[in-house]
Design a protein around this ligand. Sequence first.
Ligand code: SF4
Length: 338
Amino acid sequence: MAGSVAWVTDVTPEDLVDPFGRTVRDLRISVTDRCNFRCAYCMPAEGMKWVPREDILTFEEIERFARVCVDRFGFDGIRLTGGEPLVRAHLPRLVERLAGLGVDVSLTTNGATLRRHAQDLADAGLARINISIDSLQRDRFLELTRRDELDNVLDGIDAAIDAGLAPVKLNVVMMRGINDDEAVDFATFGRERGVTVRFIEFMPLDATGEWTKATVVPAEEIVSAIEAVYPLVALTRGTEPAERFRFADGKGEVGVIASVTRPFCGDCDRVRITAEGSFRTCLFAIDEFDMLRHLRGGGSDDDLVDAISAAVGTKWAGHSIGQVNFIRPAKSMSQIGG
Ligand code: SF4
């Protein structure tokens, strides 16, 4: 990896264990709340209030926070998210800094500008990539994203493959009555392109507040629809969010993330930091912990360690979607980061 400097530290990491005995190993970093799409379930067409640029973490601050997580707690994975991370200028420079920490760096993107960036990201040390795409039909794609960008996203998928990023995964949010008739088409697409399609149950993180359980297409139903055409063999899941299946004929894999109907919180090893430096112990967390005051207020690495440990000490067992005590987070997915 050109230009990356292996970070050397003399501190022995200590496991960061939450109140339910889960060891935290994975950090999701939102590098921006801005996006070049306006997906109907994620953002209003107009009028989004963006975080002021001066309040967004700098690359130095992101690297420092990540380094503390890696050196002091032994984190081994970092995923970059947004909004749309590729709208943040010079992103390969951040990837290079993070890859220099010696961990697996991955990215989730809508893929629209990936043809321009894929090779630079791979050269900077990006290992894996997930591309969010909810329809293979041009009109429906336009309706869902309010952008006529399907061709660019499909080309972006090819660009990721050409750049040697692997695996290349597609994240498809399945929504009842919207794109639930495309499960087999996506499975076929994945088999033909050699990419892994992961279907995601629709979660109550939409900006419109219109989510209901009725809009969820259960994982069971998605798997049966695919199995009716392509026989599947279940694979072990480990701490991965996705339930994985390989095609019986050997033509790759497919996955489902059953956050609503089959939650996997019992194995959760993830925490997040938003673009403005708010630490979240869960995607659905109600509380956030301000790390910016430590990063910008002269705090030491030990202060960050204490703040992160204290926050994780409050982590709950899991989300309670569908239960009476479920409270929707005040922020939508684009403001939290996937
Ligand atoms: S909902 Fe929260 S606790 Fe459950 S897996 Fe996701 S981040 Fe972890």
